[in-house]
Design a binder for this molecule. Structure first.
Ligand SMILES: Cc1cc2nc3c(=O)[nH]c(=O)nc-3n(C[C@H](O)[C@H](O)[C@H](O)COP(=O)(O)OP(=O)(O)OC[C@H]3O[C@@H](n4cnc5c(N)ncnc54)[C@H](O)[C@@H]3O)c2cc1C
Length: 400
């Protein structure tokens, strides 16, 4: 009887990034009895992150600037990050034995540069007697007179508290819906995109480190920047992911494509005009290759049947326009998202029904939501994991 009063029986459904961290933090308190449910090993969803290097977070101290990287969840996260931001996250990781460093582009990685080593270190913290990972898939969740009943294929288990951390692709939203929560329809976000202009797939393998993409959504102009990669059958890279995130709820098709304009070169038009003027005898290809990779300009010359070996002084007005457009205003038509290419999902648990100070449901007491199951998604760069770490930490404070 005394034990029942002292111990808090807590279930964590899903033991990926957020579920794993909340379990680890809760288990540090010996008065918490923590059971996580997942068919996978704890933290194993971190393995492919950051290309196997685990991009833990992004180094930006200003919370208001940080949250601009979330197409959904921006306001909610101001409150969350004001309590636990990327600096505190890096300190927490350091305390857990994972030192981090900031890359030139402000992305933060473990100094091991290894997701596998990061997972291993985090898993070691779960090697405590008051934590138990049940390798079972949860198929139902009910609340009966203040007690939660978790049903798996193997049995039914009872808990005082439940933390739902099933990510973007898990079935946690179904349980939440049955318990009275509103769910925002989930959609793929951070996807590779297919374009109408198949000619450009000849550029497969060619990447640009900092392009600017503009488009219009419902007559509103949007502009994003970042890397772009032409792949064999799609375009991808951080700038493309941003476009896919901002258009997650838009429909596009071959009949109704999304027109995007890409500024590929980092040079200004004046700089280009000066070089053209000062090098009249140089070939068109040679001059333009100063501003962009030679393979890109060769393909543009090919597609438009312009002889690149001609002297630049002989470049016709119309040809010049074509080349400048290819550098400053490359128009492509997006016709579809590449299936299963998404890194995260948009949509999930409606944030209006969650207390951002505790992560507790406003609908069901003692039920908590953390991570990507919430209607929160960020760009690439460490933003999605930061959401998981912060929600997990704040949630753990309820059980100190
Ligand atoms: C290829 C790839 C690379 C990425 N790289 C980065 C990066 O570098 N930086 C970054 O910030 N973000 C990155 N992300 C996104 C990031 O990994 C996710 O946003 C994050 O893992 C979400 O954490 P989560 O805890 O909400 O869910 P997850 O980490 O997805 O964990 C959910 C867990 O719940 C389990 N589960 C689901 N349903 C049930 C059920 N019914 N019963 C039991 N268990 C269940 C699943 O098996 C899973 O283990 C990447 C994503 C992908 C796919």
């Amino acid at each position: 009887m005394e034990q029942e009063l002292i111990y808090k029986k807590i279930a964590v459904i899903g033991c990926g990034a957020s579920g794993g961290l909340v379990s680890l933090l809760l288990a540090k308190n010996p008065y918490n009895n923590v059971t996580a449910f997942d068919v996978k090993d704890a933290f194993s969803t971190l393995l492919p992150t950051g290309g196997g290097r685990c991009n833990i977070t992004y180094s930006e101290d200003d919370v208001r600037d940080f949250v601009k990287n979330y197409p959904r969840g921006e306001k909610f996260l101001i409150s969350v990050f004001s309590k636990f931001d990327q600096r505190k996250t890096r300190q927490l990781f350091k305390d857990l034995g994972i030192k981090t460093y900031v890359q030139g582009d402000k992305r933060v990685f473990p100094i091991s540069n290894s997701s596998a080593k990061t997972i291993q270190t985090l898993q070691e913290h779960l090697n405590v007697s008051n934590f138990n990972l049940k390798k079972e898939k949860v198929i139902d969740l009910k609340q009966n007179q203040n007690v939660f009943e978790i049903k798996t294929e193997k049995g039914i288990y009872k808990f005082d508290y439940v933390i739902l951390a099933t990510g973007g692709r898990g079935n946690g939203c179904e349980f939440a819906k049955k318990l009275g929560h509103k769910i925002i329809e989930t959609k793929p976000s951070l996807c590779a995109l297919d374009i109408k202009e198949k000619n450009f797939y000849k550029l497969s393998g060619l990447s640009f480190s900092n392009v600017i993409i503009t488009t219009k959504i419902n007559n509103k102009k949007i502009e994003v920047d970042g890397g772009l990669l032409f792949a064999h059958k799609f375009i991808t890279g951080p700038a493309v992911f941003k476009i896919s995130a901002l258009t997650a709820y838009e429909k596009f098709s071959i009949q109704k494509p999304l027109e995007i304009n890409i500024k590929i070169t980092e040079y200004s038009i004046e700089e280009i005009e000066t070089v053209i003027k000062n090098n009249p005898k140089k070939s068109i290809k040679n001059v333009f290759s100063k501003f962009i990779s030679e393979s890109y300009i060769s393909e543009i010359l090919n597609i438009n049947k312009i002889d690149g070996s001609k002297q630049i002084a002989q470049l016709k007005k119309q040809e010049k326009e074509i080349l400048l457009k290819a550098l400053f205003e490359l128009k492509l038509n997006v016709i579809k998202r590449i299936p299963d290419s998404e890194i995260v999902t948009a949509g999930g648990i409606d944030l209006n029904e969650i207390n951002s100070k505790t992560m507790e449901s406003k609908i069901v007491k003692k039920l908590y939501f953390i991570g990507e199951i919430l209607n929160i998604d960020g760009y690439t760069g460490g933003f999605n994991l930061q959401n998981c770490w912060s929600c997990a930490y704040i949630c753990s404070l309820n059980f100190n």
